[in-house]
Design a protein around this ligand. Structure first.
Ligand SMILES: [Zn+2]
Ligand SMILES: [Zn+2]
Length: 288
């Protein structure tokens, strides 16, 4: 079996440690794997939710997360692994003011905004079959895609995570092929990303899930570039040690095929570009 955990790439920009309610991985386990596999830089992006009752609502404090990640960064930096203190914030327009307030008071190296599917969502659990029945594809994706577009327009985030994660939930009622046949559904989201200067994340967790392709697909990444998109990032979204850097090489291939020659990490006003062929584990400034 082919080892899908990547080697010798400059960045995995989406990782969950045991500071996320759905991960059991101590931060040093990811750092150790990064060192062994030649992944020069990792972003720790644990979950923070703003809706009471959702999994990562008040699950940790900012201070706790910052301390764990910054201390690990100090331990691993000298060994050649750069660790960024990031976060994955669940976007929900009802909580946009809370998100804005949180980001105003807390400094992260990298902020991913993602739309998640929780219990009250039309896509959750048993509910999805009834929801998709009799609806057209645009109607089916609207609750998810409209929210993702709003997240992209908000300008709150450095990157939008797994922008068509809904592919996982509507499967098998709606297949990835059906999404691929309706590229127009992505246009408002991609334009919102371009307009706001927000990065598109190529999330490779879809390769481990029923969708069996990245979130979003290579074709969507290429269209983003055509529309003038300039910022991209790639992350494995690992919640298990065995998922670290999983499928990452495919994500890099999609980004290269679309015509990008660098990834970005950091804020729109403080972006670092990481050349796709940068020397892994290189400490110091990276060339394109
Ligand atoms: Zn997520
Ligand atoms: Zn995630």
């Amino acid at each position: 079996m082919i080892d899908r955990q990547a080697r010798d790439l400059p960045l995995d920009a989406h990782l969950h440690t045991n500071l996320s309610p759905d991960s059991d991985v101590p931060i040093d386990v990811f750092a150790e794997q990064a060192l062994e596999r030649g992944i020069g830089e990792i972003a720790i992006t644990d979950h923070v939710d703003f809706e009471p009752g959702t999994p990562a609502y008040a699950a940790t404090t900012f201070a706790q997360r910052e301390r764990v990640v910054r201390e690990a960064a100090e331990r691993w930096g000298p060994r050649g692994v750069v660790i960024r203190f990031g976060v994955e914030l669940t976007y929900d327009r009802r909580y946009e003011a809370d998100l804005r307030e949180h980001l105003h008071h807390h400094a992260y190296d990298f902020v991913i905004g993602s739309v998640h599917v929780y219990r009250t969502s039309p896509y959750a659990g048993e509910r999805v079959a009834a929801f998709v029945a009799g609806r057209s594809l645009p109607e089916i994706v609207a609750p998810y895609f409209d929210e993702v577009e709003a997240a992209a327009r908000s300008g709150l985030f450095d990157a939008i995570g797994h922008l068509d994660f809904v592919k996982r939930y509507v499967h098998p009622h709606v297949t990835p092929a059906a999404f691929a046949a309706a590229p127009e559904l992505y246009e408002p989201i991609l334009r919102a990303l371009v307009d706001s200067g927000t990065a598109l994340e190529v999330n490779t967790s879809g390769l481990r899930q029923v969708a069996d392709e990245t979130y979003p697909s290579a074709a969507v990444v290429a269209r983003f570039r055509e529309l003038g998109g300039e910022r991209v990032t790639v992350g494995s979204d690992a919640h298990r040690a065995t998922s670290f850097a999983w499928g990452l090489a495919d994500g890099y291939d999609h980004v290269r095929a679309a015509g990008f020659n660098a990834l970005t990490i950091g804020h729109t006003d403080h972006t670092e570009r990481i050349g796709l062929d940068a020397e892994p584990n290189a400490v110091g400034p990276r060339s394109l």
